[in-house]
Design a protein around this ligand. Structure first.
Ligand code: 4AD
Ligand code: MG
Length: 430
């Protein structure tokens, strides 16, 4: 008989079915064995009546959680069963026995981290990974629908990127090289050929922050566009975020439920326009509404972003940060040279900065000045200056941190839960 997935079997609802998967729960008596069987799609209750399995009973009786089995039987509705259906088994074939599964209810994050290769099978992790899959695919779909090309850049780079001190070094044939911190600078070179591009790639930052929003290896979903300025860039960011959330709400209702996520928390982001405020406005709001005084000139810290976001139920855009605190490629605003033409999109519920983006400085002298003041070596950026010598045009782009977005969408405690095998200062195995 042909196997169906558990969810296909449930959709069929009656008659003979063949399913296979792993034992999720088990309990038994002298006369019956009850199994919950899971596959990637669903869970279903299986009942085995001892009188039909006398020869196999010893084996069946000793089955442990995570053993893999094939079942043929009759499916029927049963309101007492956890997913509303039950299969009365006629045949069982044991495929892989299981040792005592080392994951129990009371494990803390550290111990679950050590057993991540097994924890990844849990309903929680598989639900998160399904939502992650939707987020990644929707990012691609959105930009593809807008006429963008997917573009890839090197991960091993000779130096020169976002912020020098946070680069991971690499021994490259006895030469010092680094792991990429962003796709952007190479993407800008390619923008001159392709005009509208996007990419998703692993990104590495040796940041010494042990927070719920920092990973040392994460993924960045970036885009770069020719001929646009800050407002149009922000339009893309808002439109894309809405697109992704809409897709998750459509495709992953069940997963959000499993995670206990109240999806109503996400709907304001679909219905409302995201507020756009300047850095100066943000400082004023913090002062008047949150009694928090931030000296002008500093980037917003986690605590300040969190306090500010208590005022909103959708993501917001904060624009025009102080030029001095920003990466070298963010250009100053002609009307107010103390600020730069950039934005951060902050997420609600403590999710922090989800997207960072800006117009790009095409004035080589300005670029050199900023780099020098940040203590960077100009020779690392030779190719980047060169790009701007041949028909430089206004352009802009942004980078989204999928782990942070997924954390918010799923309502997770930390970005560490939003990636299969997290890498942080203290967590690097399995
Ligand atoms: O704001 P960032 O540093 O921007 C850039 O790297 C630009 N070059 C992007 C661009 O314009 N193409 O990083 C972008 C996003 C952040 O908003 C955040 O969501 C995420 O990447 N991010 C991290 N996520 C997890 N762990 C970390 N350590 C992260 N650092 C940044
Ligand atoms: Mg940033």
């Amino acid at each position: 008989m042909k196997f169906s997935s558990i969810s296909e079997a449930i959709n069929k609802g009656k008659g003979k079915v063949a399913v296979r998967g792993w034992i999720y729960r088990e309990r038994g008596s002298n006369k019956f064995k009850f199994l919950s069987l899971r596959d990637s799609t669903e869970i279903i209750q299986i009942i085995l009546d001892r009188k039909n399995f006398e020869k196999q009973w010893k084996e069946i009786d000793s089955l442990q959680i995570e053993a893999s089995v094939e079942i043929v039987g009759e499916i029927k509705k049963d309101s007492r069963a956890p997913t509303g259906y039950e299969i009365k088994a006629n045949q069982i074939k044991i495929i892989g026995l299981s040792d005592k599964f080392p994951i129990t209810k009371d494990l803390n994050e550290e111990l679950l981290g050590d057993r991540r290769h097994l924890w990844i099978r849990s309903r929680k992790m598989t639900s998160i990974m399904k939502i992650r899959s939707t987020v990644m695919q929707s990012f691609r779909d959105y930009f593809r629908e807008q006429g963008f090309y997917e573009f890839q850049t090197p991960i091993i780079i000779p130096g020169g990127a976002e912020e020098g001190p946070t680069m991971f070094e690499l021994n490259y044939y006895e030469k010092k090289m680094y792991l990429a911190q962003t796709w952007q600078l190479y993407a800008e070179a390619a923008m001159y050929g392709l005009e509208k591009i996007y990419g998703i790639a692993p990104t590495f930052r040796a940041e010494k922050s042990r927070t719920s929003r920092h990973l040392s290896e994460f993924w960045m979903a970036e885009m770069e566009v020719a001929w646009i300025g800050l407002d149009e860039l922000i339009n893309y960011a808002e439109d894309m975020t809405k697109y992704i959330i809409k897709k998750v709400l459509k495709n992953n209702k069940k997963e959000l439920e499993i995670l206990g996520r109240d999806s109503k928390k996400l709907t304001p982001a679909l219905k409302k326009k995201f507020p756009r405020i300047t850095y100066d406005d943000a400082l004023k709001l913090l002062k008047t509404k949150k009694k928090l005084k931030v000296p002008w000139g500093k980037d917003l810290r986690t605590i300040e972003e969190e306090k500010l976001m208590e005022l909103y139920d959708t993501p917001i855009f904060v624009t025009h940060y102080p030029k001095e605190a920003m990466a070298f490629y963010k250009p100053k605003d002609k009307n107010n040279p103390k600020v730069s033409r950039c934005f951060d999109m902050l997420g609600p519920e403590g999710s922090g900065e989800l997207i960072g983006g800006s117009e790009r400085d095409i004035d080589v002298d300005e670029l050199k000045k900023s780099l020098k003041s940040q203590g960077e070596k100009l020779e690392d950026y030779k190719y980047y200056f060169d790009i701007n010598k041949y028909g430089a045009i206004p352009h802009a782009g942004f980078g989204l941190g999928p782990e942070r977005l997924i954390r918010w969408i799923c309502g997770l405690n930390s970005v560490r839960e939003a990636i299969a095998f997290p890498r942080t200062m203290t967590r690097y195995s399995p």
